[in-house]
Design a protein around this ligand. Structure first.
Ligand code: KG4
Ligand code: ZN
Length: 319
């Protein structure tokens, strides 16, 4: 079965073809048109601008991804920016109608988890997934093909914290990769707060860390290099993510621990998780940040819906 995946939930226009054969996944094409350069001017994603860019890019991107025939279409319906989602969904709907192909609607969060399918490794259940992206920080227990949300951020997401701190530090959007790059040259010298690290639940809070940096940056930059500030910030975020994941693993005893979402591209985070969990899976870097191969992968065992029934779900949750 060849699946065409389409992803436009935020600021990447993406299409991919994934083949599912003999219980193995093979990525035949994976095209991502990033809007980063456009949004850098404003320091963040402007929804209307993002939607217009998706309109410009979606057909060329799909064209590039397509090789031979496909058997079904998978499209992200949410969560995400409503006007961005609509571009992908209406394009997918039209193609499904024209080509008379089944269409599957995909939850973006589920797609981030499905990125590990592309490793073709056995996933033993129950599995515990830490999903860390620009919009989400969630600990999810996967058992009997069901998702159970056991903890999430009460304010900013981990990626959002990286991005907002990057902005305070005068780095280009998105702050995550920019902070990580500088952090690699610095040392963890500053004891930044680790919000909620000892709270008895599995929730997170990152907005206080950003505020702390905002209040103290003027003083800190006199004493420390930008690289050291970045390394210390990264360490604080990684510490909290790891501590809460370890705590959840102790309670739920998962057979597999999964790290996914855009922040899972962070090398320090990957390394720390690798060291701390025995049965650990993380997607290849290119399948951590938004892409359509993960959307196609999530669709292999899902029931298609009639094209006329497709609907965007900007506030979808995972369930
Ligand atoms: O999954 P994603 O591409 O989009 C959403 O669904 O949100 O995640 C984007 C987020 C951004 O906040 C970005 O700064 C962060 O992932 N990110 C990183 C790294 N690469 C991307 N954060 C830390 N280190 C990285 N290397
Ligand atoms: Zn995402």
């Amino acid at each position: 079965m060849r699946i065409l995946g389409i992803e436009t939930s935020c600021d990447e226009t993406a299409a991919a073809v994934v083949e599912y054969k003999n219980r193995k996944f093979k990525v035949l094409s994976n095209i991502v048109a990033s809007q980063i350069k456009i949004h850098q001017k404003m320091g963040g994603v402007v929804p209307e601008v993002a939607a217009r860019e998706h309109v410009n890019s979606i057909l060329p991107v799909i064209d590039k991804a397509l090789g031979g025939k496909i058997d079904r279409i998978a499209v992200t319906v949410g969560p995400g920016l409503i006007t961005s989602l609509l571009v992908g969904l209406e394009t997918a709907r039209t193609l499904a109608y024209l080509w008379q192909k089944p269409i599957v609607q995909i939850n973006h969060l589920e797609a981030h988890i499905a990125a590990v399918y592309l490793l073709n490794r056995t996933i033993r259940y129950p599995a515990l997934a830490l999903l860390v992206s620009g919009g989400h920080t969630e600990l999810i227990l996967i058992k009997n093909k069901k998702y159970k949300l056991i903890g999430s951020t009460r304010d900013d997401a981990a990626g959002e914290c990286f991005d907002k701190c990057g902005r305070i530090l005068g780095l280009l959007y998105p702050g995550g990769p920019a902070v990580a790059k500088l952090a690699a040259q610095g040392r963890n010298k500053i004891a930044f707060p680790r919000p909620m690290i000892n709270s008895p639940d599995f929730d997170f809070s990152f907005s206080g860390l950003k505020t702390h940096l905002l209040y103290h940056y003027a003083k800190l930059k006199k004493r420390y290099s930008l690289a050291d500030i970045c390394a210390s910030l990264q360490e604080a975020i990684v510490d909290v993510l790891l501590a809460k994941s370890k705590k959840a693993a102790e309670k739920y005893q998962p057979e597999t621990v999964i790290l996914c979402g855009g922040v899972a591209a962070n090398q320090r985070l990957r390394k720390k998780f690798q060291k701390n969990f025995k049965n650990f899976l993380v997607p290849k870097i290119e399948y951590c940040t938004d892409n359509a191969a993960m959307v196609a992968a999530a669709a292999y065992n899902k029931k298609p819906v009639p094209w006329s029934k497709l609907k965007v779900r900007p506030n979808a949750i995972i369930k």
